[in-house]
Design a binder for this molecule. Structure first.
Ligand code: NAP
Length: 320
């Protein structure tokens, strides 16, 4: 690209994240490209061709007359497709090995925590108690991943390598080696063989509120672990938090790991915070690291300008 070609400028608009590291990395890797910054240094809007965004305010993107591509700086795009005035330009989402392996680390960490009963041993340590619990082999435990996309498949692969009996549920039921796969109309069978349910679904009109009491009651409770567990690292609005608490109360669930919540930050008054069977992380399962992801976005811009197809396009109709 010729230096200072202003018609190919990038807008960086992130809310809820530190902007400085994204800005520094964009300037370092694309020194000749004009960079516009929301909210304080937007500059001339007609010059903006590419928007790199995370939770941009509604209306910001529709006010860019020459926008060519929107890049979501995270894997999820629910923060974009909910904007009724979103311009009709391609939306690209992040698919990157750095983000994927971070999520797999989180999922494996939580699965192993429940499988190896770490919470129980932590409680015992506080009381200086030396007591051993039964330890089923991984091969006796059914892990079910709801959302067998980029992130779900990678986690499934590593869990298989550890020996777990892994199944996956996706919209199309697409197959995967050594993993039993299910479609939404086969959900009852998927749940009935699942002791540890991992949710890595996108938030769409179809998936909102999917983690409800009815679904949780379908999980296998009489398996090797002697109870059912839930891990949600997809989006908070996939879950009905009152139903998760009810499921814990009635022992439908024996333990829960939540990284995402309907309201973030999770309000201090939420009973989830201090529940002895709930493990909470503040939406950090797979953070978007500008050090790894800016190069990915710039490569796609280069491809686009060379007339090559964009990768990882979002299907607006499906919402993911
Ligand atoms: N907590 C965090 O830090 C964090 C970080 C990154 C991402 N995330 C979340 O993780 C989500 C998944 O990311 P990804 O990259 O794996 O997405 P992806 O590649 O688009 O995969 C989505 C999966 O969900 C399935 N799916 C969609 N709608 C469904 C439905 N109604 N019923 C059953 N399955 C359905 C898809 O089925 P098909 O395969 O048939 O299309 C696909 O397998 C993101 O959308 C985001 O919300 C969270």
């Amino acid at each position: 690209m010729p230096p200072n070609d202003r018609s190919r400028a990038i807008l960086l608009a992130v809310s809820g994240w530190e902007r400085a590291a994204w800005e520094a990395k964009l300037r370092a890797l694309a020194p000749h490209r004009d960079l516009h910054l929301w909210p304080d240094r937007i500059g001339a809007r007609p010059q903006i061709a590419y928007a790199c965004v995370w939770k941009p305010p509604t209306g910001l993107l529709s006010a860019l007359p020459n926008l060519k591509v929107i890049f979501s700086l995270g894997a999820g795009v629910d923060h974009l497709v909910s904007d009724p005035d979103l311009p009709r330009v391609p939306i690209v989402r992040i698919v990157d090995p750095d983000l994927t392996s971070r999520m797999t680390e989180y999922v494996v960490l939580q699965v192993l925590m429940h499988h190896r009963r770490l919470r129980l041993y932590q409680d015992q340590q506080a009381e200086r108690v030396w007591r051993e619990y039964p330890q089923p082999a991984a091969g006796e435990v059914g892990v079910g991943i709801m959302g067998l996309g980029v992130l779900g498949r990678d986690a499934a692969q590593v869990l298989r390598r550890l020996g777990f009996r892994v199944a996956g549920l996706s919209r199309t039921g697409s197959s995967m080696a050594d993993v039993e796969t299910f479609r939404p109309d086969q959900r009852a069978a998927f749940l009935a063989r699942t002791e540890i349910l991992v949710c890595l679904l996108p938030l769409t009109a179809e998936t909102r509120g999917i983690i409800c009491l009815r679904l949780l009651r379908g999980l296998k409770r009489d398996g090797a672990l002697g109870g059912a567990y839930l891990i949600n690292a997809g989006r908070g609005d996939l879950q009905i938090e009152a139903d998760i608490l009810a499921a814990l109360q009635e022992e439908t669930l024996a333990g829960v790991s939540l990284d995402v919540f309907a309201t973030e930050p999770l309000p201090p008054e939420s009973p989830l915070w201090l529940h002895p069977k709930v493990t909470i992380t503040p939406h950090v399962a797979a953070v978007s690291d500008p050090g790894a992801l800016v190069a990915n976005v710039l490569q796609q811009i280069e491809r686009f300008e060379q007339g090559l197809p964009l990768n990882n396009l979002v299907n607006r109709r499906l919402g993911y």
